[in-house]
Write a protein that binds this ligand. Structure first.
Ligand SMILES: NC(=O)c1ccc[n+]([C@@H]2O[C@H](COP(=O)([O-])OP(=O)(O)OC[C@H]3O[C@@H](n4cnc5c(N)ncnc54)[C@H](OP(=O)(O)O)[C@@H]3O)[C@@H](O)[C@H]2O)c1
Length: 368
């Protein structure tokens, strides 16, 4: 049940960088969502963030009490990846809707358990693929699917940032490393652009000398898709920030940059080259987190299935798990062919003005 104004009431689980810097301010940009609770292990956040946003604070150990409290309709889960299932599964089983950060979980087994919980209760589950509601991304996917660049054959991408040694991402192995943290952006993009699922996965990784990370800090992945389509992407925790992709069809190409980021000054942009003519498309800066939250709350209020659901999340994690196996064995990995999905739709796009980033409480950017 929404609150008295008809808004979906959210609890935020994990008060880290993305919660404080993006989700929490983004909620206020929506018409249909409000925050009522915070789940945190940090007493200072429990006090200061709760005061700032007028929330009730809960410790992680009190999560079940929150689920039964009647104070929330949904949770936004933004803990490190290895804890996603711990909060998503019981919330769904309790009939609480879940907006779950990417990657969906740190194993396929966890994804399948989360999806089973959603099926069991009927509560809605959306993976927080904010770009599925960003107008520039929606436009590119729609144009490619309508055949604007012809038969789409090739995708390549580079996405990098210098991650601080103190960030948990640097010390928590493969499932917090660049392949699983940054890889979902190019991977999810190409799956949606090709409207198809990879059938073969190759991966090569390097460890930059002097970088104190306990998993390879730079990973290159090549994916073979049905009908001889090819995609390659490189993600890194140790190279200056850059983000771009190129998608090429037999009639033209789109070259996008910025294409994965968000925030002040980041308007998704792409250059379309068709019939030898190049045209720039720069989209306005919008609040990605407000947009995805408004879309998810709309789905809850109107009893519609969210598009980036648990199946979408698992399909990415299935490839991430194959990348892990490819790296550990040095062998290409085969994946079972899967039918294509309906994918990103134009009516998902939301253009909410960007919220101001507030001062952080006991947290900082991974690269800040
Ligand atoms: N969609 C996007 O654009 C985007 C961007 C960045 C990150 N993400 C995803 O969001 C999730 C969180 O990322 P983040 O950058 O916000 O990470 P972060 O800054 O490290 O925050 C994670 C928070 O989780 C809580 N936590 C619970 N158990 C923890 C543990 N064992 N170790 C460390 N923290 C723990 C902490 O909050 P308390 O102190 O409140 O307990 C911590 O501040 C990840 O799944 C990530 O992939 C998505």
């Amino acid at each position: 049940m929404p609150d008295a104004q008809g808004k979906i009431r959210y609890a935020v689980v994990g008060g880290g960088w993305i919660s404080q810097g993006a989700f929490m301010p983004g909620v206020a940009q929506t018409r249909n969502s409000v925050m009522t609770a915070l789940v945190t292990g940090d007493p200072i956040k429990a006090d200061r963030l709760a005061q700032k946003y007028g929330l009730k604070s809960y410790a992680y150990e009190e999560f079940d009490t929150l689920l039964k409290s009647g104070e929330i309709d949904a949770v936004y889960v933004a803990t490190p990846n290895f804890r996603h299932r711990e909060f998503a599964e019981p919330a769904l089983l309790a009939g609480i809707h879940v907006l779950l950060e990417k990657p969906m979980a740190a194993s396929e087994e966890d994804c399948l358990a989360i999806n089973a919980a959603a099926r069991q209760s009927g509560a809605k589950l959306m993976i927080a693929y904010r770009l599925h509601c960003e107008p520039g991304t929606v436009e590119m996917v729609d144009r490619v699917r309508r055949g604007d660049i012809g038969d789409v054959r090739l995708f390549s991408s580079v996405f990098s940032q210098v991650t601080k040694p103190s960030n948990h991402r640097m010390q928590s192995g493969f499932w917090a490393g660049p392949a699983t943290d940054m890889g979902p952006y190019p991977l999810n993009a190409v799956r949606n652009l090709f409207a198809s699922e990879p059938v073969q996965v190759h991966a090569v990784a390097t460890q930059t000398p002097g970088r104190p990370v306990n998993t390879p800090d730079t990973v290159n992945v090549t994916l073979r898709f049905p009908e001889e389509r090819l995609a390659t992407f490189t993600v890194s925790y140790s190279l200056p920030a850059t983000e771009r992709f190129q998608v090429i069809g037999d009639k033209g190409e789109f070259e996008a940059s910025p294409c994965f980021g968000f925030g002040e000054g980041v308007g998704i942009a792409y250059r379309a080259t068709l019939d030898g003519k190049t045209q720039e498309h720069k989209h306005p800066v919008v609040d990605h987190f407000g947009g995805e939250t408004e879309y998810f709350s709309d789905c809850i209020l109107n009893d519609r299935a969210p598009e980036p659901d648990g199946e979408e999340g698992w399909r990415d994690v299935r490839v991430l798990a194959a990348i892990e196996r490819a790296l550990s064995t040095g062998q290409a990995q085969r994946l079972e062919p899967l039918p294509s999905r309906r994918g990103i739709q134009r009516d998902q796009a939301r253009s909410l003005p960007l919220a101001k980033v507030p001062d952080y409480v006991n947290t900082s950017q991974p690269n800040g």
